[in-house]
Design a protein around this ligand. Structure first.
Ligand SMILES: Cc1cc2nc3c(=O)[nH]c(=O)nc-3n(C[C@H](O)[C@H](O)[C@H](O)COP(=O)(O)OP(=O)(O)OC[C@H]3O[C@@H](n4cnc5c(N)ncnc54)[C@H](O)[C@@H]3O)c2cc1C
Length: 388
């Protein structure tokens, strides 16, 4: 496959991440998947090489890179056959702390996160009874002296068992006491080691992807008031900035997946001979692969646009959402072409296609479903009447 011209100029990062990923070939990720394990050695290697601290400013021991560079790291991991889902939380959660944390919080946590002593891999937003309707969340944080007392429940909270800290969204002012439903929500840093067994319970959720995710229960969990990030009541706004970063990063991961599928299937159909000729000679086989490549390339343009705007501190909600939508769709179409033209072998674990197929399917639903992106664009970009 020819090199794409999109995203040129990050060759140093690409080469270095590719070299690290080459030490963890597909067999490694396949074995981790089969064992329903966590790619501990891989994430450790990324941390030691400094890639997990890409977004931490240099004064706190990180590399001070932008979201664009961070997205290149995530893309390369997926393009090499890995799954950034094991560690991408560290990237976008970090940004919430960097952008909205106090000086004291930044001094206290960022150097330790940069060195790998602490991991900030988890963000607790989704709840079982409210789903995507985030402003209706029922988890509450009530101030009692120098503590906040947390009660409620979260679902699908990822990487809790491989993180030291979690960013938690909770309601600090009841919904009926605020003017706008987005007000009265706050974000907190939760020290997971202190919380588990002291008011917080973790229930792992077995799922289709090898993705460590959990149900969380809070029963009078007490956290120090100093763990509030930014101003009380402004949490929804802060979370949205983090979610834009998350969407752009996940778009980049889908782009990495998309290129992986296109390359994998192109190599296969060039070699596989049926009816006396390579199956890739049939246009019925070529066209869906070519179409997928075109769609991945187009989505990649939107991903870089979203990252550019974010790095320049400009509004990027529309672009981050559109990048996530286009990239998740393109990688899913590429996954379908890849599994289809591998025939029966697409279902054999040793080809890695079925694993990547499952992994990329997630991004039609999480962290935001395609329908909710369409709704965002209809309402906020096209000014169509609000539907909910
Ligand atoms: C593996 C995994 C990991 C996750 N990790 C995290 C995490 O770390 N932290 C976290 O906070 N959350 C996490 N999530 C949750 C994820 O963000 C949500 O699952 C996702 O946002 C969808 O919410 P929901 O599951 O409640 O679906 P619902 O809100 O119940 O929606 C179900 C379906 O209905 C559609 N729908 C809903 N409302 C409308 C509407 N008004 N119009 C049209 N369609 C609509 C949606 O598009 C969706 O497809 C994770 C989920 C998974 C599966």
């Amino acid at each position: 496959m020819q090199n794409s011209s999109i995203g040129e100029g990050y060759e140093d990062i690409r080469d270095a991440v590719r070299a690290l990923c080459a030490e963890f070939p597909s067999e490694y990720h396949r074995k981790v998947d089969e064992a329903r394990g966590y790619p501990e050695e891989f994430v450790d290697a990324l941390t030691k090489a400094g890639w997990m601290a890409a977004l931490i400013p240099e004064e706190f021991g990180g590399s001070g890179l932008g979201l664009t560079e961070a997205s290149v790291i995530m893309e390369e991991i997926n393009r090499a056959g890995g799954n950034s889902g094991a560690c991408h939380g560290q990237m976008y959660n970090m940004n919430t702390l960097v952008r909205h944390g106090s000086d004291e919080q930044r001094q206290r946590y960022l150097p330790k996160i940069a060195s790998g002593e602490l991991r900030l891999q988890s963000m607790g937003v989704t709840e079982p009874t409210t789903g995507t309707d985030t402003t209706k969340i029922k988890t509450t944080a009530v101030r009692k002296g120098d503590r906040y007392v947390i009660n409620g429940q979260k679902v699908w909270i990822s990487r809790i068992q491989h993180s030291d800290l979690m960013i938690l969204l909770a309601r600090t002012t009841p919904l009926d006491a605020v003017k706008k439903k987005s007000e009265g929500l706050s974000i907190f840093l939760v020290d997971l080691k202190e919380a588990i067994g002291n008011g917080m319970t973790v229930q792992p959720i077995a799922n289709m992807v090898n993705h460590e995710t959990n149900e969380l229960f809070f029963d009078n969990l007490e956290i120090p008031a100093e763990n509030l990030i930014g101003e009380e009541g402004m949490g929804f706004k802060y979370i949205l900035t983090g979610l834009n970063a998350e969407r752009a990063l996940i778009a980049a991961e889908c782009i990495g997946d998309g290129y992986w599928f296109v390359e994998k299937v192109s190599d296969y159909v060039r070699e596989r001979v049926v009816f006396g000729r390579p199956i890739g000679q049939n246009q019925g086989v070529q066209f869906p692969i070519a179409e997928s490549y075109i769609e991945v390339e187009a989505a990649n343009l939107m991903r870089f646009e979203a990252c550019r705007l974010y790095d320049e501190g400009k509004p990027c909600g529309a672009q981050a959402n559109m990048a996530k939508y286009l990239a998740a769709k393109a990688s899913w179409e590429a996954a379908n072409a890849c599994i289809q033209f591998h025939g029966g072998f697409g279902f054999a674990c040793e080809y890695d296609v079925e694993r990547k197929f499952r992994e990329t399917r997630l991004y039609q639903v999480a962290p935001i479903s395609t329908n909710l992106i369409l709704s965002y664009v209809a309402e906020h970009v096209l000014d169509l009447p609000r539907s909910f």
